[in-house]
Write a protein that binds this ligand. Structure first.
Ligand SMILES: [Zn+2]
Length: 156
């Protein structure tokens, strides 16, 4: 799936809108959209507090929605756009869903499993490898996180 820079930024902006939804519930603002043939087939935001579910990260919510949309667990020919580098759990789920391409905004040095802490998406020992690109709207994706944590520290 080849997207122009404009298309990548447009989809990342949609992911950022999801991140803002998380923010409105006072959650860590991470958002995600899953795209197939230029159409969004799944959206998600971090909803750990909102749904009181430990595993409800943005990517998981988007994958579940896309699975229902496609009536299939396999999400072939899709691209996952997410504002922040996926964690270990989500990188595992991306592989299990057979998602071939991931584009993310900013790195997550503490939890990232797509290059920072681990590199699950491109590990040659695993049978599913994912094409990964980072840095799309990186500053916007990082800033919404920094603002959130700054606000939270102030509240404490
Ligand atoms: Zn995750």
């Amino acid at each position: 799936m080849n997207y122009t820079q404009e298309e990548k930024e447009a989809f990342m902006r949609e992911a950022l809108r999801e991140a803002e939804l998380a923010l409105s519930h006072d959650e860590i603002p991470i958002g995600c959209v899953l795209v197939k043939d230029g159409q969004i087939i799944g959206r998600g935001h971090n909803a750990r507090e909102e749904l009181e579910r430990a595993v409800m990260h943005a990517e998981i919510m988007a994958i579940e929605e896309a699975n229902a949309h496609e009536k299939s667990w396999r999400l072939l020919d899709t691209t996952l756009f997410v504002t922040i580098e996926p964690c270990v759990m989500c990188s595992g789920a991306i592989g299990l869903a057979r998602i071939p391409q991931v584009i993310y905004g900013a790195k997550n040095q503490k939890f990232g499993a797509a290059g920072s802490l681990y590199d699950i998406l491109t590990d040659e020992r695993l049978n599913h490898r994912v094409q990964v690109e980072s840095g799309v709207l990186e500053e916007d994706c990082a800033k919404i996180m920094q603002d959130f944590f700054r606000q939270r520290r102030k509240k404490k």
